[in-house]
Design a protein. Structure first.
Length: 426
């Protein structure tokens, strides 16, 4: 192993804490300067982190931790408010599906237009479909870590909106992972030729596989969450032991699911949601709050790893195509979010001002980058070896570059705009 790797990783952990304290004072999330540092880092310093396999050594574990943290914010208080619960379910389930579908259609049309103008390299029909769907899936889930950063910046953040966002972020991530798993399974039945005859088989097989994976992930996640809660309450007598237990059970669930399919990330999310509800039910709210603080500290390092190695991985090839897709996706997100919120929060009891605020932003962050980094390996698993579906854009890291561009721009813009919008709430 290159000796620079552990040195850089240790420096990264120190820099993450420093950035979280000092950069936040400027109104920006700490991971952004870490991305810029990674961007300036020579590729030769990280032979295991090349542009091709970039984050695939770390992204899965980091993404599972971020998803667990999102689920761990799930609160029983929201379950007592039926109008808000209904709005959260609608935003997270059909709302996420609408967002993915609309983004994929727009991206597909834009890519086809850019190819016709010779601004993008020729792609097979399957390649265009995969790229459009992969981008839509990566940018669909809301990022809990960035939401937490915003709530720290905004004094007296509306608790009603916070609970609704926590619920949407957790279930929306689950829906995103299910759609991604279905797409990966369906890819096994697609090739570069005529695809009409294989779509039906792909949809059927993908649906069966996803339902089986869903049942396995939910069942094992629930069982592990129950065992973890009992262990945290009865075995661990120190906070440090409780954190180690949480991480141990989390990686047990993620690893066992990963052996059987791509349900490991969903299992981590289910573990977070179920354990959160169990701790609330046992009246261990104080212990849960302390655990949340510990998990936030671990999340700080996880985000630093994601953003830093994204900077190492990103190389600006095919700029016209990347920039066009970044601008289009930013516009789609800005137009689509208010529409989805307006449709699916009807009858929620939220005031029009709160609905407008909720529709004015959709937090994107490390989760989207982690999914983009994992996409190449996952899609290659789902395709036949002789079907080079992704060669046209994976070789140049286009997927990751576009997602990183959208995330960074939206984080900077929202860090400035959202606090001002919150101050205008009556």
């Amino acid at each position: 192993m290159n000796p620079l790797f552990p040195i850089a990783l240790g420096a990264l952990m120190v820099a993450a804490v420093a950035a979280d304290r000092w950069v936040v004072r400027w109104g920006l999330p700490g991971p952004i300067p870490l991305f810029l540092i990674g961007l300036l880092m020579p590729d030769q310093a990280f032979p295991l982190m090349s542009r091709v396999n970039g984050l695939q050594r770390l992204d899965a574990y980091v993404a599972s931790l971020l998803l667990f943290a999102a689920g761990f914010q799930f609160s029983r208080q929201l379950l007592r408010s039926r109008p808000l619960l209904r709005a959260g379910l609608l935003l997270a389930l059909p709302g996420t599906l609408v967002s993915i579908g609309a983004m994929a259609l727009v991206i597909h049309a834009v890519i086809a237009g850019l190819i016709s103008l010779h601004w993008a390299p020729p792609m097979t029909p399957v390649g265009r479909n995969v790229l459009a769907l992969a981008l839509a899936i990566c940018l669909a889930p809301s990022d809990w870590a960035f939401f937490t950063f915003m709530t720290r910046r905004i004094a007296n953040f509306e608790p009603e909106l916070g609970q609704l966002f926590d619920f949407e972020a957790a279930l929306g991530s689950a829906m995103t992972l299910l759609v991604g798993a279905a797409a990966i399974d369906a890819l096994q039945h697609l090739d570069q030729g005529a695809i009409a005859a294989t779509v039906e088989a792909g949809v059927v097989t993908g649906s069966v596989s996803v339902l089986g994976g869903l049942a396995l992930a939910v069942g094992s996640g629930t069982v592990l969450a129950v065992l973890m809660t009992l262990a945290v309450h009865q075995v661990a007598h120190h906070r440090s032991h409780q954190v180690v237990l949480v991480l141990g059970f989390l990686f047990l669930g993620f690893g066992s699911q990963a052996l059987l399919g791509h349900g490991g990330l969903l299992c981590a999310l289910v573990m977070g949601m179920v354990s959160s509800l169990l701790l609330d039910r046992r009246g261990l709210g104080a212990e849960k709050r302390e655990l949340v603080m510990e998990i936030e500290a671990i999340n700080l390092v996880a985000e630093a790893v994601i953003f830093f190695f994204a900077g190492v991985t990103v190389v600006a090839y095919r700029l016209p195509l990347a920039l066009c897709l970044i601008l289009v996706l930013l516009a789609v997100l800005a137009l689509l979010r208010p529409l989805v919120v307006a449709i699916f929060t009807q009858g929620s009891g939220l005031s029009p001002a709160k609905q407008r605020f909720l529709g004015s932003w959709s937090a994107k962050g490390a989760m989207s980058i982690g999914l983009a980094a994992a996409a190449p390996e996952l899609i290659h698993i789902g395709t036949r070896p002789e079907t080079p579906v992704l060669d046209q854009f994976l070789e140049h890291g286009l997927l990751l570059e576009v997602v990183v561009g959208v995330v960074l721009i939206s984080m900077v813009v929202q860090s400035v705009i959202v606090p001002r919008l919150h101050r205008r709430l009556p």
